[in-house]
Ligand binder design. Structure first.
Ligand code: HEM
Ligand SMILES: *[C@@H]1O[C@H](CO)[C@@H](O)[C@H](O)[C@H]1NC(C)=O
Ligand SMILES: *[C@@H]1O[C@H](CO)[C@@H](O)[C@H](O)[C@H]1NC(C)=O
Ligand SMILES: *[C@@H]1O[C@H](CO)[C@@H](O)[C@H](O)[C@H]1NC(C)=O
Ligand SMILES: *[C@@H]1O[C@H](CO)[C@@H](O)[C@H](O)[C@H]1NC(C)=O
Ligand SMILES: *[C@@H]1O[C@H](CO)[C@@H](O)[C@H](O)[C@H]1NC(C)=O
Length: 507
């Protein structure tokens, strides 16, 4: 009898899940054939492709402006047309103001700017904005430069003095350490030297976050695919990840120390402390100190501050480190561009008496083109997403997107689509020149677009540029072979398979 019921139940479940895969045709949309039970993400489940590359495959599998897909068992819409994407991000933001990933007010660590929704997101976004002003970023520049010097000292120590001798180095490892130390210093206000102390706790968090355990992968997917169900999981399980615990610990220690001792440092933590104690961040970029408020008058808890700091770590580390590493790789592959950039850096520095400053770096116009092209070919976040928060009609397609529908954008797919960017695999910084513009501007969005675009564009860019200048000024880089980078089969970001190995020598 029991067996019989079980068979009925499983058969029912089977047909139910199968019926999910006809959701889009039943609702008037084209879709991409999906297989039971992993939908269009079988290659991710099998470990053959990373999420970003699997979504690019779907992007390439069709030429429709909008197409229905199935993320495992969840129907979503993949938008391929850049004008429609632009409208969703900007003009019609009110219909798509959330990302629809897990966030729960009973779990303050989940309340990061990235995940928050509606008015809560809006309030925090406008409060945090002043901490990313150019004045504040300039205030942090010295700290970044010190990390750049640490990197230079390290490279000097491992590369032979003989200028003709080259050493093969995984530059992704180097840029990881550079980016982590900068985040430690300019965001958390702690000084680390990951070039010397190679396994320091702060640096090693990245491995804990990406830990490739079954549980971690399952939770990571659940946060994105079924956030409503995650709300019922006890919080201590969600927050059992050692990386989270460590984050809360250091944020608590730092805030307690500064509040007790009126200690002031020019970093993002200081802005969070201002916000926590006064309800706002000072718009005057010269005022960093703050009067500590009584416990019951504080506007943010330690956990809510930690949620932002943790997000900044995740959002800033991989993106900055990989952009810098991919740039170096492309320079080594394209000698002419490399020489042009070297000349641009030399000449600008000469004009500024050899001083590397925020302003001298901003003046390097060819560097800007190179960075833009790097982020075109290798977007730091290969996939963007939103959730439809109010029914939305697309006139040109004569379809209605229903409230609650997840929206997926393959930034990697768009950035490598020849209809938007001719010769997409070629590294052509000049394509961004005003008078040679040969790309579709609406399809270029390395930092997203609209009110919910990356809050730290200036910070991200200046640190990548500084890293490039610090390396290119003192060292020569050379490719090992002429080759396109292959992407590894894990992570959300684009991971170069086997790292990024280049030959470095002293100038
Ligand atoms: C080169 C470096 C970076 C790249 C390429 C990058 C890219 C992005 C992208 C594509 C988004 C999503 C935008 C959207 O959905 O429209 C985003 C969001 C975000 N990024 Fe960045 N990012 C970088 C550096 C940073 C850094 C250094 C920080 C923090 C200090 C940061 C903090 C954030 C935050 C908080 C959000 C969420 C904004 C919101 O939802 O209101 N990013 N970033
Ligand atoms: C994923 O890639 C790694 C190498 O980067 C490889 O060792 C592993 O076998 C791959 N996984 C699968 C399931 O193919
Ligand atoms: C850019 O692409 C969009 C979407 O395909 C298209 O509507 C628009 O006309 C294109 N713009 C240019 C300048 O080609
Ligand atoms: C830039 O200056 C360095 C020395 O500081 C020199 O070795 C290099 O050849 C110069 N590069 C160009 C393209 O002018
Ligand atoms: C998708 O198509 C573009 C060219 O349109 C190509 O560069 C890219 O390699 C293709 N990606 C995949 C994963 O097939
Ligand atoms: C580089 O890209 C950004 C968008 O990320 C854009 O605002 C800027 O104008 C671009 N620079 C050039 C020189 O095209």
């Amino acid at each position: 009898m029991l067996t019989f019921l079980l068979v009925i139940f499983l058969t029912g479940l089977y047909f139910y899940i199968k019926s999910i895969y006809t959701y889009w045709p039943r609702n008037g949309f084209d879709d991409i054939d999906a297989t039971f039970p992993f939908g269009n993400l079988d290659s991710v489940r099998k470990g053959l492709k990373s999420f970003g590359c699997a979504i690019q495959d779907l992007y390439n599998a069709t030429s429709s402006p909008i197409v229905g897909i199935y993320l495992f068992f969840r129907p979503a819409l993949l938008i391929r047309d850049s004008e429609i994407v632009k409208n969703i991000f900007t003009k019609d933001f009110n219909n798509f103001h959330d990302r629809g990933i897990y966030v729960d007010e009973n779990d303050q660590l989940s309340e990061s700017l990235f995940a928050l929704e509606g008015t809560k997101w809006k309030a925090l976004r406008s409060k945090l904005a002043p901490s990313f002003s150019s004045g504040k970023i300039k205030g942090m520049f010295l700290a970044s430069e010190m990390v750049g010097k640490q990197m230079e000292i390290y490279l000097n120590s491992i590369i032979p003095d003989d200028k003709n001798e080259k050493k093969v180095i995984d530059v992704k490892d180097v840029t990881y350490r550079y980016a982590a130390d900068i985040i430690a210093s300019t965001i958390f206000g702690i000084e680390t030297n990951s070039f010397k102390d190679k396994t320091n706790e702060f640096f090693m968090i990245k491995d804990k976050i990406n830990e490739n355990t079954f549980f971690n992968k399952l939770l990571g997917m659940a946060l994105f695919l079924c956030p409503q169900i995650v709300k019922f999981i006890p919080k201590f399980i969600i927050n059992s990840n050692p990386a989270r615990k460590f984050m809360v610990k250091i944020v608590k220690e730092t805030i307690d120390f500064r509040e007790k001792n009126n200690f002031v440092r020019k970093d993002l933590m200081q802005s969070l402390i201002q916000l926590r104690n006064t309800g706002k961040i000072n718009i005057d970029d010269n005022i960093w100190d703050v009067e500590t408020a009584a416990e019951n008058l504080k506007s943010m808890t330690i956990e809510q501050c930690a949620a932002q700091a943790f997000l900044f770590y995740i959002a800033g580390l991989e993106t900055s480190a990989s952009t810098l590493a991919f740039l170096l790789y492309e320079l080594a592959q394209n000698e002419e561009i490399y020489l042009k950039l070297e000349k641009n850096i030399n000449e600008t520095l000469e004009k500024h008496n050899g001083q590397i400053t925020y302003d001298s770096i901003q003046e390097m116009s060819y560097l800007e083109l190179c960075i833009n092209e790097t982020m075109r070919k290798y977007p730091g976040l290969p996939v963007l997403n939103r959730i439809c928060t109010e029914d939305y009609k697309i006139e040109t397609e004569n379809v209605i997107i229903k409230k609650g529908t997840p929206i997926i954008i393959s930034l990697l797919g768009m950035h490598r689509d020849e209809t938007y960017f001719p010769e997409p695999l070629k590294f052509l910084p000049e394509r961004f020149l005003e008078d040679q513009k040969n790309y579709n501007e609406s399809a270029y969005m390395p930092f997203g677009d609209g009110p919910r675009h990356c809050i730290a564009i200036r910070l991200g860019k200046i640190n990548v540029k500084l890293g490039a200048v610090m390396i290119l000024r003192k060292f020569n880089i050379e490719a090992i072979e002429k080759k396109e980078i292959e992407f590894d089969n894990y992570s959300v970001a684009l991971m170069p398979k086997g790292g990024i190995n280049l030959k470095l020598s002293k100038k």
